[in-house]
Design a protein around this ligand. Structure first.
Ligand SMILES: Cc1cc2nc3c(=O)[nH]c(=O)nc-3n(C[C@H](O)[C@H](O)[C@H](O)COP(=O)(O)OP(=O)(O)OC[C@H]3O[C@@H](n4cnc5c(N)ncnc54)[C@H](O)[C@@H]3O)c2cc1C
Length: 416
């Protein structure tokens, strides 16, 4: 091993950036390089929707100025796309044919929004939403658009719908099935969200989708065609049907991928000295006791830190163990999903009022995730139960009481 370790990180999102920060703390003498193909250093991806809504200026969204890296003697390469990794030579190559050597490499390249496989899906005025630059384009267009269409009934689609609402665009929100985020919400819970959307001037359209887009002579989108052949005026379109993980850089490396990069709980891939962290991982979840995925800010940050500690230790020093949460603040009522709300073999739920509802996902009698609408107070109790892997079978009534008192739960069974 060399005296000075070289750490290279691909991606300056929250996973890559938090890894760089941890590496510097844990290995003060090491060489650290962060490479990103974006033109700006880490910013708060969670807040770019507020900018696109027209509710927040640019400044508070930026997290790190370039000075932040210089002060920590971290080399930052902006506008640099990594094209190839050579695991035998321990080198990576960039689009400008630069080569970097690494002792340990972290791949934290996140994902790219999936395009709709329909005619004209790349027309002017059709937006995907991932970067700050996307948010600037969306804000600029949304301010002058009148009619809109949004596709993708998940956590990112609803941001685009809320942007239409905030920017006074008269929009349809086309969804497959009969409700928003049908994998995590029942009809009763989703109805609260649908009412919230309608109040913002966004119309949910169920059992629908998009078959094509109509464009004018300048190639600008003018209408959205639904499967029933109807044309709906839309000079602004938002598409959020999923993420394609940025794994092409791993081609030929032997790193195992399976709709994401497969890592263990230490963020190690199957190839020596290559780690991965953030949205793109299919990580071993020590709570689920299975591989899982998680697209959320807090989880990506934690994975970056855990990866960095294990890279410095050159071993399995810290395992990733985390209950994620993801909140939505577009409506008059709060919304929070935590853990793995779309998984599980049993689900329990209750509605408390027109804007209060709760659903818990259980696996083998243990809570693994859930969705809270209206009242988020029980979140810490539920997260504690997830972390403790507590068997709560048969105790639905206590879990669904408006105020959750963990002391009312039966004591955990002692191992024999
Ligand atoms: C609009 C929006 C709203 C969101 N809201 C929430 C929320 O409310 N709560 C929440 O928890 N999460 C939210 N998320 C999700 C959250 O932002 C992500 O989970 C998190 O940012 C993932 O971080 P990451 O570092 O894994 O990946 P990313 O942030 O995607 O970073 C990866 C970086 O790698 C770069 N890159 C990719 N390939 C290469 C390459 N070959 N060479 C060089 N660079 C490369 C990319 O350009 C990118 O900068 C939201 C996301 C979006 C887009």
């Amino acid at each position: 091993m060399h005296m000075t370790q070289s750490y290279v990180i691909i991606g300056d999102g929250i996973a890559g950036s938090s890894a760089a920060e941890t590496l510097r703390e844990e290995a003060p003498e090491s060489d650290i390089t962060v490479i990103t193909d974006e033109g700006e250093a880490l910013y708060n991806r969670i807040l770019i929707k507020e900018f696109a809504k027209g509710k927040l200026p640019e400044a508070p969204i930026s997290i790190h100025e370039e000075d932040w890296y210089a002060e920590r003697e971290i080399d930052l390469a902006l506008n640099t796309h990594v094209t190839e990794i050579d695991p035998d030579a321990h080198t990576i190559h960039t689009h400008e044919s630069d080569t970097y050597e690494y002792d340990k490499l972290l791949v934290a390249t996140g994902g790219t929004p999936t395009q709709l496989p329909v005619d004209n899906s790349d027309a002017d005025g059709i937006h995907h939403f991932w970067t700050f630059q996307d948010a600037r384009n969306i804000a600029e267009h949304a301010e002058r658009a009148d009619t809109g269409a949004v596709v993708g009934a998940g956590l990112l689609g609803i941001d685009l719908a809320a942007i239409c609402g905030a920017q006074d665009i008269d929009a349809n929100y086309f969804m497959r099935g009969n409700r928003w985020w049908r994998y995590a919400l029942s009809e009763e819970g989703a109805e609260i969200i649908h009412d919230g959307l309608r109040e913002k001037g966004v119309t949910p359209v169920f059992d629908s989708g998009v078959d094509a887009f109509v464009t004018d002579d300048d190639g600008k989108v003018t209408a959205t065609v639904t499967p029933d052949g109807e044309e709906h005026d839309s000079d602004f379109v938002g598409v959020a049907i999923g993420l394609d993980f940025n794994v092409e850089v791993l081609q030929g490396t032997g790193v195992e991928t399976d709709d994401g990069v497969v890592v263990d709980e230490y963020m190690q891939t199957n190839v020596d000295d290559i780690y991965a962290a953030g949205d793109l991982t299919r990580f071993y979840d020590t709570i689920l006791n299975d591989h899982g995925q998680n697209g959320s800010w807090g989880s990506a940050k934690e994975q970056g830190q855990v990866a960095a500690k294990n890279m410095v230790a050159d071993g399995e020093s810290e395992a990733f163990r985390w209950v994620s949460s993801y909140s939505i603040t577009h409506f008059d009522f709060p919304f929070l999903s935590f853990g793995h709300p779309t998984l599980g073999d049993n689900h329990i739920e209750r509605k408390y009022s027109d804007t209060e509802w709760r659903r818990l996902a259980l696996k083998d009698g243990k809570i693994i995730g859930g969705v809270l609408i209206g009242d988020l107070a029980p979140q810490s109790a539920f997260k504690q139960l997830v972390r403790e892997e507590r068997d709560v079978s048969g105790q639905t009534d206590v879990l669904l009481e408006e105020e959750v008192d963990l002391e009312e739960l039966e004591a955990p069974q002692k191992e024999q």
